[in-house]
Design a protein around this ligand. Structure first.
Ligand SMILES: Cc1ncc(COP(=O)(O)O)c(C=O)c1O
Length: 382
């Protein structure tokens, strides 16, 4: 059978889309999506209907999969997150949201009567996940810098001592890049003699930054996490949204079920899962290597500092957290919001210095910002 052909109009539509996306790439500075990668060596794999259905570690009847590559990817992430040997499990998810859903699901299965605590700076999807799961929850106050208010955590835990806590910690909040300190959280639990507790770490972006810096904030399994979700399409970069969830093995055993039809353990949330995304992540990890990753991450951090300096130099009150590529500043005037792809939240906005955000892109943005300063807007941060 001849391959079906597109009409000239449809072909034009695709060409228009290509032109539109190409023009936008350099303007995409507000979302943590690395635009700098080349997966052309993998394009030949797009001709197969591959599928990683089931647990990547249990094998599956659907053998057109890339689970051997997936296991390598997950093992590398486990090393980045300082998981103890033989005490971890994980899989490649469809993104940070699925990873957080998994962590909260395992937390809830571990403590069905538990209460989930999360700060008001937490990603919007978390409240939805908790509603879906019917998990009791309490939103905590945040400090002005975006970090969890530990006093509010302490007080809330004290009041609800009868229910085991499931703590949702942000390792890099969406808007301000703030990191909730896992050691502080664990010490509050100890202080209150709460022995039954589950801690999930949402390390969507910073989970691929902190393993490569000299002086990382406590964020990983060594600091007391029970599960960690990290996005793949953020710092590593991928045209298919993806991520990795890691959890301590003993927790996962609680949710595992054996399914005859797929010949696999049903430990994952999704049934059919991308077999291409793990291949992309594997390729990226293997072409960059640890030195390449360290170089990429530290380059982003240096340029983030450069962006803070440049914005401050034109009178914009910009700042960032230690080890964060998220540069926070007051929401710019409308003309800037139209020209650049930025993510505002109330009166603040941020620039996220990903690998494709070069010094020349930062310069162009700051020049535009400086020219627009005669338009009405508020330069001070609330
Ligand atoms: C802190 C944080 N958690 C979770 C998510 C959700 O991740 P995803 O969009 O990969 O589902 C994001 C997305 O930006 C995020 O910033």
């Amino acid at each position: 059978m001849n391959a079906p052909a597109l009409t000239p109009e449809d072909r034009q539509k695709l060409d228009d889309l290509y032109a539109r996306l190409s023009a936008m790439r350099d303007k995409n500075i507000g979302y943590p999506c690395n635009q700098e990668f080349d997966y052309s060596e993998l394009f030949r794999f797009l001709q197969f209907s591959v599928n990683n259905v089931g647990d990547p570690f249990s094998g599956s009847n659907y053998r057109m999969n890339t689970q051997d590559f997936e296991r390598e990817v997950v093992a590398e992430f486990a090393e980045f997150a300082q998981a103890k040997a033989n005490d971890w499990w994980g899989y490649v998810t469809s993104g940070g949201t699925e990873g957080n859903m998994y962590g909260l699901y395992v937390g809830r299965e571990t403590y069905p009567e538990g209460i989930c605590y999360f700060s008001e700076d937490t990603h919007y999807s978390v409240a939805k996940i908790l509603r879906l799961q019917h998990t009791r929850s309490l939103m905590l106050k945040s400090q002005p810098n975006g970090e969890m208010d530990y006093e509010d955590l302490r007080e809330s835990l004290r009041i609800h001592r009868d229910a085991p806590p499931i703590i949702f910690a942000n390792i890099g909040t969406t808007m301000k890049g703030a990191i909730d300190n896992l050691l502080t959280i664990r010490s509050i639990l100890n202080e209150l003699s709460i022995s039954k507790a589950y801690v999930h770490a949402d390390a969507a972006l910073s989970g691929m930054i902190l393993p490569f810096v000299e002086d990382a904030q406590p964020w990983n399994f060594a600091a007391g996490a029970d599960s960690i979700s990290i996005s793949g399409h953020k710092m590593l970069g991928s045209p298919i949204p993806c991520g990795v969830i890691l959890a301590r093995k003993k927790h996962v055993e609680r949710v595992s079920r054996s399914i005859e039809y797929i010949g696999a353990l049903d430990t994952t949330i999704a049934g059919s899962r991308s077999a291409i995304a793990p291949l992309f992540l594997w390729y990226r990890l293997h072409t960059l290597g640890h030195d390449g990753l360290r170089h990429t991450v530290n380059g982003c951090l240096e340029r983030a500092e450069y962006a803070v300096d440049k914005l401050c130099a034109i009178g914009i009150n910009a700042w960032r957290h230690k080890n964060s590529v998220t540069v926070v500043f007051p929401k710019p005037p409308e003309s800037i919001m139209r020209k650049w792809i930025l993510a505002p939240n109330q009166d603040i906005c941020h620039l996220i210095v990903m690998p494709h955000v070069s010094r020349s892109i930062i310069d162009a943005f700051v020049d535009d910002f400086a020219s627009a300063m005669n338009e009405p807007y508020n330069t001070s941060l609330q």
